[in-house]
Design a protein around this ligand. Sequence first.
Ligand SMILES: [Zn+2]
Length: 634
Amino acid sequence: MQTDYEKIGLKVGLEIHQQLATSAKLFCKCKPELFKEEPEITFLRRLRPTQSELGQIDPAAYFEFQKGVKIRYEADTQTSCLVEMDEEPPHPLNMEAVEISLTAALMMNAKPVDEIHVMRKTVIDGSNTTGFQRTCVIALNGQVKVKEKTIPIQHISLEEDAARKTGEEEGNIIRYRIDRLGVPLIEVATAPVINSPKEAEEVALTIGRILRATGKVMRGLGTIRQDLNISIQGGALTEIKGVQELEIIPLVIEYEVQRQLNLIKISQELQKTGAKEEDLKEEFFDVTPIFKTTKCKVLQKALEKNQKILAAKLPKFKGFLKRELMPNIRLGTEMADRAKFWGRVGGIFHTDELPAYGITEEEIEALRKMVNAKEEDAVVFVADTPENAKDALKAVLERAKETLKGVPEETRAANPDGTTHYMRPRPGAARMYPETDTPPIQITEDYVRQILASLPELPEQKLQRLIRNYGLNQKLATQVMDSEYTELFETIAKENKVSPTTIAVFLTETMKALKREGVQIEKISESQIKEIFKCISSGELTKEALQDVVIWLSKHEGQSPRKAIENLGLKTLSREELEGIINNAISCNKDLIEKSGEKAFGSIMGMVMREVRGRAKAELVSELIKKKLEQTKT
Ligand SMILES: [Zn+2]
């Protein structure tokens, strides 16, 4: 079914976060790198609610604090210091990062602020050791053009990246690694003027290209993250965090639209059934006895741990919990997500999905009776400590009440398949307050003029230049521009007598294909690639043998391309050697040549090429065979 996005009033705003390739982090001198080994240092912190200047405590943070959630931070000394551990105040703002941000901002025609003020933004999940993220606005009111449409850029900011979650442990402990904490991120926020899933992808691509054109951003998965604000008429504003792949942006939006449309429909149907908010009572039934001899493994385990099974009734909700909102995500899944978040339970059971999981018809019957459920009611139950189970059921009831109203405002996180899951409630106002440890930085007109004078080429200009100067077609030029080899391409094309198209195809398509086949192309350095093309340019290597050389080099790290050519026996044949091989082929096929005359050329050519592939240019082989055949005729 084709959705008419205009009719449903789709509005999307993008927030693009891109890690900058600076030599140090934003507020200290640590390297902005990730470590893979075991941590050298770990330390445990209790999550504490941060109090903003207005004296408001974030309800979700306060809740986690009450739950006694602790964070185990992992660190090593290369990538973090006392600043990341919140044992020392931040150092002055990294001016290299400021300059990159200003460059990008000016490329988007934004107006730099007169003074940069670092602010603190409350963060509630432990991903920052301080309880807040430092951020500062660099420029305002820019714009980018996407297919004749002007997309306003509301602001361009510079902020510190957060720690990355590495796991969870027993006893309400969440593990975070602080190597990523403090890595400079540029944030580009568009106005919510995007009206279709495809357009959102194009806007993200355009902004991404501008950021990459600065030549100072990190590359690879996880270095760019897109947040989407999505709303439709009659729905609500949903914030979706952490979309890493550009290509899934349209899918995320399509799914979210589907979800909101389905929730609106469910709300209307529920109202027709007579479901009411006041009937959704916080009344919890201890139904443990019913499941004393259950075959359900999950419940058995809970009972072994002496946990309780608590149930709550959702009057007139029968059948609605199994309604699909987007692929594999049902209303019941959303309730389970809430229960997991607020109750820290493993999940919920509900009557819309039963009998299943070893739970029998008889047990459900007894359950319904015990909670006085009518035919049209749904029953939800949870096995955990009574406190967690109650919190989980409260969250389920809360979600049920929201279902009556329509779509709740919330923050969701993107799954790799384009669907999303509940992350937390949307933060209220008063999240920002000034960072008093770093002084403001003036952006003088002189400084701006200086940056403006050496602004990098805009992506559109670069594309046209690649087409014009190197004779690349539009597709290939675009691929070169979007690849990480743009500069390398130009260097090789200028230094060698190899066709730019050959170089471009190799750097984009061939490298990508080899990677897909499992060749570790990241082991090939740029200087090795330059060397390979030098060999082609001088005639030592044929372009047909390019791939073989790259594969060999990926398996023999640090070796020279000449060594590869030697080891693979790919050294170009001399004219004499080649003539010898051709003479041999002709004399072995005298009969054939006599019989089919000029038609024999194809067969001879095939034979010789099989033997000399990668060691001689096809044009030369063809030329020599033709000449020899002429001579044999006479
Ligand atoms: Zn540091």
